[in-house]
Design a protein around this ligand. Structure first.
Ligand SMILES: C[S@@+](CC[C@H](N)C(=O)[O-])C[C@H]1O[C@@H](n2cnc3c(N)ncnc32)[C@H](O)[C@@H]1O
Length: 442
């Protein structure tokens, strides 16, 4: 079905605003749709997808939209729309516009210069090539520039995976179990879920498979004291609460009141009563102090560049600055250090990000281990085996879009060494051992 010709002008209008990069693209789009309430669901979807297509392909599109007399923003809007719905669905195009789109469709994108093919800013392209090598960086970039699938987590407090598949099928919505997350389902199209009883009653939550695996890596158990240090709107908190079978105590800390407030309705739907949201001022807040050394498991899902989520947030690559990565590192190290104080002897601390950059991942963990000799790394491979998750990993969990069809996630499991029992001071040897122990704890 052909789209109304006016949609081109609207896409151009909102695109101009989005490409100023003064706020996240989803925020600008929601504001625009609020100001233009006449759009139906389909039109909103088409405009939003066209804007996202431009963000994903910006290097290539801007290069081709630069030449000629047609205004470049109109060309970008045309390119975004034709990428999403195809040229034939666009009504009222001039001959010039049709010719322009046909010419671009004929370009073999595989022959473009590598960075244009990757559609990444220079600084990021260079970092990814240095880390992965050019061939893999291009493979990664290609997947990062495609829309993410829709993943669900079944809330095991309310239902099991088979029940949810059967219930979705009645809608009818096709969903299949995911390979790594034991409660994960991938929905084959992208239907609206908000009005389904399954959603309203808290039997399902939208959550990327990688995020589900990451929560699982903490290994939270029934009756434990657990802290989700950077809980945000609670994506991982809800998964942890269900893993704990709604027992024990799960503190959800965050410095953002706005984000924590988004956790509240999700919590109400989930049926969990073991979660305690706590607004903290910073990672050394006095509210944290009283829990020092008492917590079994702490998750630090640290604030990061978010570059692992480009499939969902393609504007991030254009909005993020290389200098910001350095600022993030300082914050990440400080939060990890603050959170580590909570962990009891023998307890576990998981440091995680949704970044692809070693600087925010391996580097932060290595720096932490060097300055915290009372912690040691537990290889992710061992924890995944414990959790029966069929993923081949080494020291760290590294979920990658081109390998695992998830967002990019990093996680490291750190364990506070159990304090050795004081040896009876009857011999010189045991006195030496006690002294060594004291040195380690200092
Ligand atoms: C990656 S997001 C967390 C996402 C969340 N865990 C989820 O699964 O939906 C990082 C969070 O860290 C929070 N944050 C930033 N600085 C913090 C600090 N010093 N202490 C605790 N949380 C902090 C941010 O407000 C943000 O919500």
């Amino acid at each position: 079905m052909r789209l109304p010709p006016a949609i081109l002008g609207n896409t151009e209008e909102v695109l101009r605003e989005v490409l100023r990069f003064t706020s996240p693209a989803d925020v600008t789009l929601s504001r625009y749709f609020k100001d233009h309430p006449r759009f139906g669901g389909r039109e909103r979807g088409v405009i939003a997808e066209a804007v996202y297509a431009v963000l994903r392909n910006k290097s290539f599109f801007t290069d081709y939209a630069g030449a000629g007399n047609m205004p470049s923003m109109r060309k970008l809007a045309l390119l975004g729309l034709s990428e999403t719905v195809g040229i034939d669905a666009l009504g009222g195009l001039s001959e010039d516009e049709t010719q322009f789109l046909t010419r671009i469709q004929e370009v073999d994108r595989k022959l473009l210069p590598p960075q244009m093919r990757a559609n990444l800013p220079t600084w990021l392209y260079e970092k990814l090539v240095a880390q992965f090598g050019e061939a893999e960086a291009l493979e990664l970039a290609e997947v990062l520039n495609t829309p993410a699938p829709l993943d669900l987590r079944v809330n095991s407090i309310k239902a099991n995976r088979d029940e949810v598949i059967a219930e979705l099928a009645k809608a009818p919505i096709a969903a299949e179990p995911m390979p790594y997350a034991p409660l994960g389902l991938r929905v084959l199209k992208k239907p609206a879920l908000q009005n389904l009883p399954l959603f309203k009653e808290g039997a399902i939550e939208v959550q990327d498979e990688g995020s589900q695996v990451l929560a699982q890596l903490l290994g939270a158990r029934r009756g434990e004291m657990v802290v989700d240090f950077c809980a945000g709107a609670g994506g991982k908190t809800l998964a942890l609460g269900a893993t704990m079978r709604n027992t024990g105590r799960l503190y959800a800390f965050d410095v953002s009141e706005k984000r924590l407030s988004k956790l509240k309705p999700r919590l109400a739907r989930s049926g969990l009563s073991n979660v305690h949201p706590v607004l903290i001022a910073h990672e050394r807040d006095a509210k944290i102090k009283r829990l020092a050394g008492k917590i079994d498991r702490v998750l630090v899902d640290a604030p990061c560049s978010g570059l692992g989520t480009l499939r969902r947030n393609p504007d991030v690559k254009w909005r993020q600055r290389p200098e910001a990565v350095g600022e993030m590192q300082e914050k990440q190290a400080a939060i990890l250090d603050g959170a580590a104080r909570l962990v009891k002897n023998g307890g576990r601390l998981v440091y995680a990000t949704c970044s692809l950059l070693n600087e925010e991942n391996d580097f932060i963990v290595e720096q932490f281990l060097a300055s915290h000799p009372d912690f040691e790394l537990v290889p992710a491979s061992a924890v995944l085996a414990e959790q029966k998750i069929p993923l081949e990993m080494d020291k760290y969990l590294k979920m990658l879009p081109h390998k695992h069809q998830t967002d990019g996630f990093f996680a490291a499991v750190l364990e506070r060494k159990a304090k050795a029992k004081p040896a009876p001071a009857t011999s010189a040897a045991s006195a030496d051992a006690a002294e060594d122990d004291a040195g380690e704890e200092a």
